[in-house]
Ligand binder design. Sequence first.
Ligand SMILES: [Zn+2]
Ligand SMILES: [Zn+2]
Length: 77
Amino acid sequence: MAVCDVCGNDYDKAFQVTVAGNTRTFDSFECAIHALAPRCATCGVRIIGHGLESDGTIFCCDHCAKAEGVSNLRDRV
Ligand SMILES: [Zn+2]
Ligand SMILES: [Zn+2]
């Protein structure tokens, strides 16, 4: 049994995610995404996939990157 860091649910199938040595506990991917997923610098959407990154700024898609004047980005895999 473990308690979710985000919503406080005590769930027997909770899981842990370690980011940069910091371990967090979640009861669902939804809560993990809420806590860990970066936001697009342009539209604010949660980035669940790979996203696009330029100088530490993350975008959800090429359209949003271009809106900030960033061009020539490719999917970072
Ligand atoms: Zn939760
Ligand atoms: Zn976006």
